[in-house]
Design a protein around this ligand. Structure first.
Ligand code: GTP
Ligand code: MG
Length: 231
């Protein structure tokens, strides 16, 4: 297992049954006051407060999911302060993440305008081990409020997400507990899929290595593997 997988996307099967445990690092980013902390508090602690206290730097929360009879998933949620934007620290915070939410506030169009900057920052600073972008879901939060801009059009939002490389989008409300579980499930599904793909690539790389190794040592040649050369 690579060090990357160990820290962020680790998984192991216990010796007994087919029990699997995964630990995934997930980022929650977006402009100031869009509701990142509130979404996490709702998701992890089933709690909401109107009171706004800006996050300083980064906060952490852990959500444990009994995904199916044999799979436990631990989501390590990194709640990154909106004021970290363009700061050098995001490179450190993003390291080894395997999924992300970008959050905007449907009632403040400026927070939607900033989404693309967050996405570019994310894609520039973190990739999956195979170099592809980490799956990222866009959260249109505070959907209990009056909406401003293209979030009023489902079709436009879908086109926007396709164009900008989002794995999907959800209207959410931390206040009314709308769609947060659904969004998280959707992100975990993408992460699991990537995990499987990466593992099968690793296996294929393993086979390729074994073959390359045999060829390099002449073990695959018909003459029984002479390493000498007639020239
Ligand atoms: P930073 O830590 O500064 O980046 O902000 P944040 O994105 O963590 O925002 P936070 O969760 O602290 O929420 C900001 C304000 O919005 C708070 O007053 C919340 O109560 C409010 N809020 C969050 N989610 C919702 C929501 O879904 N609906 C409504 N009406 N208010 C919300
Ligand atoms: Mg916060």
């Amino acid at each position: 297992m690579s060090p990357k997988q160990k820290a962020s996307g680790s998984s192991h099967a216990s010796p007994s049954a087919e029990r699997r445990e995964h630990l995934y690092k997930i980022l929650v980013i977006g402009e100031l006051g869009t509701g990142k902390t509130s979404i996490i508090k709702r998701y992890v602690h089933q709690f909401f407060s109107q009171h706004y206290r800006a996050t300083i730097g980064v906060d952490f929360a852990l959500k444990v999911l009994n995904w199916d009879a044999n799979t436990i998933i631990r989501l390590q949620l990194w709640d990154i302060a909106g004021q970290e934007r363009f700061g050098n620290m995001t490179r450190v915070y993003y390291k080894e993440a395997v999924g992300a939410f970008i959050v905007f506030d449907v009632s403040r169009v400026a927070t939607f305008d900033a989404v693309v900057k967050w996405k570019n920052d994310l894609d520039a600073k973190v990739q999956l081990p195979d170099g592809s972008p980490i799956p990222c879901i866009l959260l249109a939060n505070k959907c209990d409020q009056q909406k401003e801009g293209i979030v009023n059009s489902q079709a436009k939002m879908e086109e926007y997400c396709r164009e900008k490389g989002f794995a999907g989008w959800f209207e959410t409300s931390a206040k009314e507990n709308i769609n947060i579980e659904e969004a998280a499930r959707s992100l975990v599904n993408k992460i699991l899929l990537n995990d499987k793909l990466l593992q099968s690539n690793d296996n294929r790389d393993g086979d390729k290595f074994a073959l390359d190794h045999k060829i390099a040592n002449g073990e695959n040649s018909r003459d029984g593997g002479s390493k000498s050369c007639s020239c």
